[in-house]
Design a protein around this ligand. Sequence first.
Ligand code: ACM
Ligand code: ZN
Length: 551
Amino acid sequence: MKHLMIGLLAAIMAMTALAQSNRADYRVVPLPSEINGIKTDDFRLTSDCLINYPTGNLEMEHNAIMLSQYIEELTGLHLSTRPSLNAKDRQGNISLLLVPQMDSDEGYSITTTSRGVEIAGKTPAGVFYGIQTLRKSLPVVETAQVLLPAAQVSGSPRFGYRGMHLDCSRHFFDVETVKRYIDIMALHGMNRLHWHLTDDQGWRIEIKKYPRLAEVGGWRNGTTLGHNSPVNDGIRYGGYYTQEEIRDIVRYAAERYITIIPEVDMPGHMVAAMAAYPELGCTGGPYEVWTLWGVTDDILCAGKDQTLQFVKDVLDEVMQLFPGEYIHIGGDESPRVRWQECPLCQQRIRDLGIKAAGKQSAEARLQGWFTTQVQQYLAQHGKRIIGWDELLDCDIDKSATIMSWRGAEPGSQGALLGHDVIMTPVGPLYFDYYQTSKTWNEPIAFGGCNTLKNVYEFEPVAADLPADKRHHILGAQANLWTEYITCEPQIQYQVLPRMAALAELQWLQPEDKDYQDFRARLPHLVDIYKHYGWTYRAKSLILEDESNPQN
Ligand code: ACM
Ligand code: ZN
């Protein structure tokens, strides 16, 4: 009898544990702004449930397919999708709904009772974020049934611009790797991929009018070893995306509500293009696709009309490929020594009557003129520019959005002047930096130290920014430069789990952030990383080396 009792007890305990481990937990990353229990039983999610979506809405149909795929990936349950506008069909099922009265364009709500689950948003993007929240709440376990606690769950992002950057020039990554990066962004509720496609060390986008850009500019004759040593590996290295591949990636991102912002960096960081077309430079070359890292003095010649025509022709094709509102035109790290010595650049300065003003040299203002030409050309085609914060040093129009990277202060200054701003300061949002000060067992990185905690605690809107300027801070983004990143596992290692901390600061109001609470929620997200086979920095989950006092 006693044995029977113990056996029964053990069986009950095992069943309870099983039920517990099969229960969803809505306390995900980023944390929903509201999780309120509802007094009904749990919803039983099984493969008998259907996913309803509004009849005739292709985006919502795609959302339904994505949700079905996510549930199957994490739990093995296969749910079919079906078009339906009929309220009766919601009984026992998951239903995706568009609710135009909802406040936030990207907000979501998930209402779960024993009778069904409704994921609602004002837009399909909002519904998609509800889907991501439900996905992240699921147990990662092969099972016949998941219990979804009855609750009202909702969230909406603090910032409209929630970005990640990827440099595919310094190292080239294939289409599948870029798509997986997009998948990782989608899991974290991000919506802008800043794609760095051109630089001194490699031109990565096919331009039909200038085929040598990819054929010549896409390849270098070696890569420096270590941090810019005199030794280079002598191995020819390169690659580029065809326009067809780019369209495919843009479509893939759009299906996940991610807009790609292409960057064609100018007038500096252009040596790969000048290796292909040496007449674009002040000296006429010859130039070689660069095998070192850093900043070179060779930049586009602003004195030649031909250079501006080249830039416009390239941007014509870029605009065709990327439907988003923004094109990033770089503008960083453009030394002016060549322009000081170039007769054509000096002639341009005289012709335009450009004069040094305050801290701005005549050559700095020439960069302002050059950028303005590009800005106006893009504006005629309905596009806006983003540029690095150096643009603030060279007299440009307020309609340029500033990406603040040399700290957060340039961004605040830009906002005071009336520019829109995206915060990507080196500390703590350069994810090519180390994640610990104890670097000895880390893969080689650029330098610096931006810990998980530093990222979490970053506040994009400076406390002293006046109330009427705060709306200019559109959001935050982390940058991943790839001088030292050669393969996909290394990409993932650098961004995970720091992207989780970034996601939370992009979504949550500052007063709702809590680092210890975030750390308690992180392991489940990491279980999802593991499940997908993504590489991440496991040591960041251990409470060690949390804080870099320099940040
Ligand atoms: C930059 O890191 N040069 C924008
Ligand atoms: Zn010149």
